[in-house]
Write a protein that binds this ligand. Structure first.
Ligand SMILES: [Mn+2]
Length: 424
């Protein structure tokens, strides 16, 4: 059984507030089409986050339809299996599924209900796709652990699989043991699920959600073009494009060949040559110390290449003019968006302010007492933290708030139960 495994397409993504990435996606699909033609896999799997937002525009939906119908026309024998990720609307992905069957495509949006195990037997088959040479268990994004439900589906496959055909399962989850380089969060904020909770009985777990290609338990092989393991194998194909500029590693599509159930799993990484690469200037690893220096270097750099994304690294003591961003955009104007700018700068070195005495901030006591939003305080004292990203801080506070709300609800619930049990 041969499959092409990809995930996290994020169709419709707009990056750095204003850049449309549709030409980058078109470039990706063009390459994907060539691979499908060359390799003729039994199935093409897209493990979630097909779209970047829950309600993509008509243009983005049209692009989705055009891409996949075209793939079907090029490889009519190939099954296409697409599951919903956390970025997708589960019901919207599910809504068109019967039409897509006509194109040999299986769209699975809605996850199994939490009480599935109490329902009449047979619900499992919505998630099982039987191919000529194996099985695909297609699970969309599920919030939280559903081990019993997953195992129940896998057991149905085992029952049917008297020939010992390979079993591939798809899911959109963060599992323990992964490398999250490039994602804008640390492991503490990412809800991971133990890989045991994904059940047993599959030979290859085709995961989405994490953008770096990797096989769980074999992180040292991340950059190997070709590897072979004994089943079961748990792997992230990684995203189609760099979703953020911190993803400074190659992105690939995984070509997976499985000889039999519990047999050998051979993985080849097909390198995606992205239309626009991400560049940090200066490219020699040093830092700029003036706006002019940065602008001159950028002009020389972009004149030599065709297109890409640019980001600057500055020494923290560099004084930048307030309209620096506009100066960059103006300089890139002749390139008609082929060269694009990421205004989130990288800062290096130690601030001179830290060494000398800082300007004292004075707040009235009454003012402080009335302050309820920590963001107000942080914004007022922003000059104390030159590298602080306000959006990140704001998001962190939102997360803490949500967590505290949850805790207090749990506490109240416990209290209620306690009072109940005391009553006769
Ligand atoms: Mn995701």
């Amino acid at each position: 059984m041969k499959i092409l495994h990809t995930a996290d397409l994020h169709l419709g993504q707009v990056i750095y507030q204003n850049y449309d990435r549709s030409d980058e996606h078109r470039h990706f699909f063009h390459r994907l089409e060539q691979w499908c033609e060359e390799e003729k896999p039994d199935a093409l799997l897209v493990s979630g986050d097909v779209f970047d937002i829950q309600q993509p525009s008509a243009t983005v939906k049209k692009a989705f339809t055009d891409y996949f119908v075209h793939l079907h026309q090029v490889c009519p024998q190939m099954h296409i299996v697409i599951t919903a990720g956390n970025h997708d609307s589960a019901s919207r992905i599910q809504a068109d599924s019967s039409v897509w069957k006509l194109a040999n495509a299986h769209l699975i949006g809605t996850p199994p209900a939490v009480d599935s195990l109490e329902q009449a037997d047979g619900w499992q088959h919505q998630y099982i796709i039987k191919l000529d040479h194996g099985y695909v268990v297609a699970l969309p994004y599920m919030a939280g652990e559903r081990k019993g439900i997953i195992q129940s589906i896998l057991d149905k496959v085992t029952e049917d699989n008297t020939l010992g055909l390979p079993v591939v399962m798809m899911a959109h989850q963060a599992v323990t043991g992964l490398d999250i380089t490039g994602h804008g969060f640390d492991i503490g904020t990412l809800r991971t699920i133990d890989s045991d909770a994904m059940g047993s009985g599959f030979d290859y777990l085709a995961l989405g959600h994490i953008h770096k290609p990797q096989t769980i338990g074999h992180l040292e092989d991340a950059m190997s073009d070709e590897v072979c393991y004994h089943a079961p194998v748990i792997r992230y194909s990684g995203s189609a494009l760099h979703v953020s500029c911190d993803e400074a590693y190659p992105h690939t599509v995984s070509l997976v060949d499985i000889d039999q159930h519990q047999g050998r799993v051979q993985i080849r990484q097909l390198r995606i040559d992205e239309l626009r690469h991400f560049h940090v200037l200066p490219s020699d690893g040093t830092s700029f110390t003036s706006a002019d220096e940065a602008l001159d270097a950028m002009k020389a750099f972009v004149a030599e290449g065709q297109r890409g994304y640019i980001r600057f690294r500055f020494d923290v003591n560099t004084g930048l003019p307030s309209n620096f961003g506009q100066m960059v955009y103006d300089a890139l104007l002749p390139y008609d968006e082929e060269w694009r700018y990421n205004p989130k700068m990288l800062w290096t070195g130690v601030s001179a302010d830290d060494a000398s005495e800082k300007e004292k901030l004075v707040f009235e006591v009454a003012e402080l007492q009335q302050m309820t939003d920590p963001m107000v305080f942080i914004e007022r004292t922003l000059n104390q933290y030159p590298n602080l990203d306000l959006d990140d801080v704001r998001q962190a506070f939102e997360e803490v708030k949500a967590e505290m709300l949850l805790l207090s609800e749990e506490k109240q619930e416990k209290k209620r139960q306690k009072t109940k049990s005391v009553q006769p």
